[in-house]
Design a protein around this ligand. Structure first.
Ligand code: FAD
Ligand code: DLZ
Length: 513
């Protein structure tokens, strides 16, 4: 062929992908590779595997319909080497291209592999920037500069200025950058969130679901509830339904948790965004248009845009700025094992069990469930970061390391020592009681901190504060809990710490030695 072999990975399913720019349909071939290595480097939730493979097959079909020559290697191909490098080498032998064109991948380990291709395969390899994000990596690096603290809020303001979202005359609309304080209401009794739209599996998805059940049925997670958009068209339908039906209340109940209400007013758009079925700009444009048309209030629209323009871009910038050392950080010296109940949902703590079971059934939990229930528990208990990261990377349909790692390592368990968050997101049971209805029916009593029936989040919280009191002594944002700790009856503290120790030794033992 002597044209270019253009590589498209499973989370690069955007027609505007940089690797597809300047494509010559007469001479070039687009390569998509289904490989077992990508399904098992973390034991991904079966819904995630099915989502990626089905979306890849739909993307290939759409490219081929446009007259593009597509070489799509299927998982069942008996000659499949089940790794990217092996499949690229086989494709080179099939097509004899003059060069390889790729887009910067989303994970460090894949970039390392790609960087070795030119030498290993003996042809020019171009790795283009991933232009689907709103901030380039160079923009983030410039913003980060020599700053010692990389706070999202300040990055977000730069992004508002750079993109013009929710800006008027150089100032933020509504007179404030952030309406976070208006985003913390619990769900009132009787308010029923609208159901998310349905995307019944078509023939391609059904075939993939069968294959995934056969090959990866042993992974944690159920396939039955699969309902993810697998094409750009479905992703845009999901966005339209969110904007019309859930965005107006997204802001008010962003932090709420309610039993039996897995999705509340959230968008469920992370899988579509992370696979490239939907571009962040499309989501932000639609939200801003809804506000300008008076169809959604500012606290909702600003809150939603902040998640995408702010958090999502920020964690990606941070990941690429700090990797590979970032992943090895363990600032709080956490060494305990991940409790078995992260897989079974049988801890007896209603909040934890409902998040784990929902995660098993849907491959989804919303942000506060991930941060303040399973994340908070792992932080308080001192679970080793590798075990926590591996869990988060395995169990969510939207998990890719560039977005999973900073959220877990930095935001949830403070393993980065404060690069991302100025204080750990540690909370006792009182927070969960305020933001959810779990505690009312829990076998533990959220008002008790020690003794029979005490809520584990309470004694683990005070054990955590006491364990790290010295480390956080100079942190003004930790002054309040530390002052309370100092005033606490020493006998009460000792009782809570003994209970924490016994609980952790039972559920999250330290490694021998
Ligand atoms: P919404 O609440 O509707 O938010 C809208 C969009 O904003 C999301 O679709 C997402 O693209 C973006 N967004 C919101 N919060 C964040 C954030 N903190 N970081 C990056 N993007 C954000 N998100 C992932 O996409 N993949 C992950 O693997 C992932 N792991 C996480 C692990 C932990 C411990 C925590 C605390 C958060 C994690 N998040 C992750 C962020 C967030 O929880 C999910 O993006 C969100 O829950 C997805 O649901 P949604 O689409 O309904 O989001
Ligand atoms: C997550 C995933 C899975 C399960 N399978 C594949 C695959 O078979 N082929 C592929 O190209 N990509 C897959 N992916 C997504 C990759 O893991 C992702 O592209 C890299 O982690 C870089 O972000």
């Amino acid at each position: 062929m002597a044209g270019a072999l253009r590589v498209v990975l499973g989370d690069q399913l955007s027609p505007s992908l940089s690797a597809l720019e300047d494509l010559d349909p007469a001479r070039d071939v687009v390569l998509l590779m289904e490989v077992e290595g990508e399904c098992t480097y973390a034991r991904h939730h079966p819904q995630k595997i099915a989502l990626v493979l089905s979306a890849m097959r739909h993307f290939s079909r759409a490219l081929a319909a446009r007259g593009v020559r597509v070489d799509h290697v299927r998982l069942e191909d008996p000659a499949n080497t089940h790794g990217f490098s092996g499949e690229v080498a086989r494709a080179i032998a099939r097509h004899r291209p003059a060069r390889l064109v790729c887009t910067h991948p989303g994970e460090w380990r894949v970039l390392e592999e790609m960087r070795g291709w030119e030498a290993a395969l003996g042809l020019p390899v171009e790795i283009r920037e991933d232009g689907r994000f709103l901030a380039s990596l160079a923009f983030f690096r410039r913003w980060a500069g020599a700053k010692t603290q990389l706070r999202m809020e300040f990055f977000y303001r730069e992004m508002r200025r750079a993109t013009g979202y929710l800006m008027e005359g150089g100032a933020p609309v509504g007179g404030a950058w952030n309406f976070d304080a208006e985003n913390r209401k619990p769900l009132p009794r009787g308010l029923v969130p609208p159901p998310a739209p349905r995307f019944p599996p078509d023939e391609i998805t059904r075939e993939v679901l069968d294959m995934v059940a056969r090959r990866f049925g042993g992974h944690f997670g159920a396939l039955e509830g699969f309902n993810w958009p697998v094409t750009g068209q479905q992703a845009r339908a999901a966005l339209a339904a969110f904007i019309a039906e859930r965005l107006p209340r997204f802001g008010d109940f962003q932090d709420a948790m309610a039993e039996g209400e897995a999705t509340l007013f959230h968008s469920l758009l992370s899988t579509s965004l992370n696979l490239g079925l939907l571009l962040p700009r499309e989501a932000c444009d639609a939200a801003e248009a809804a506000w300008r048309a008076g169809r959604a209030p500012l606290n909702a629209v600003e809150g939603f845009i902040r998640q995408i323009l702010g958090w999502r871009e920020y964690v990606r910038g941070l990941y690429w700025l700090k990797m590979p050392r970032y992943r090895a950080l363990n600032a709080l010296e956490a060494h305990r094992a991940l409790p078995e109940f992260y897989w079974t949902g049988e801890s007896g703590m209603r909040c934890v069990d409902s998040v784990v079971r929902q995660t098993r059934d849907l491959a989804y939990a919303h942000h506060i469930q991930r941060l303040m229930v399973t994340g908070n528990f792992a932080l308080l208990a001192g679970i080793h970061p590798d075990a926590v990261n591996d869990w988060y990377l395995s169990v969510y349909a939207d998990a890719f390391e560039w977005v999973e790692l900073p959220n877990t390592h930095g935001m949830a368990i403070h393993a980065d020592g404060g690069i991302m968050a100025s204080k750990p997101y540690a909370a006792s049971g009182a927070y969960i009681a305020r933001m959810s209805d779990h505690c009312a029916r829990c076998r533990f009593d959220v008002k008790r901190s020690a003794g029979e029936g005490a809520c584990p989040f309470n004694f683990l919280y005070w054990d955590f504060i006491a364990r790290h009191a010295e480390r956080f002594a100079a942190n003004p944002r930790m002054a309040m809990p530390l002052a309370t700790l100092r005033k606490m009856d020493p006998a009460k503290l000792a009782a809570m710490r003994a209970e924490a120790r016994a609980f952790l030794d039972r559920h999250a033992p330290l490694p021998p030695g």
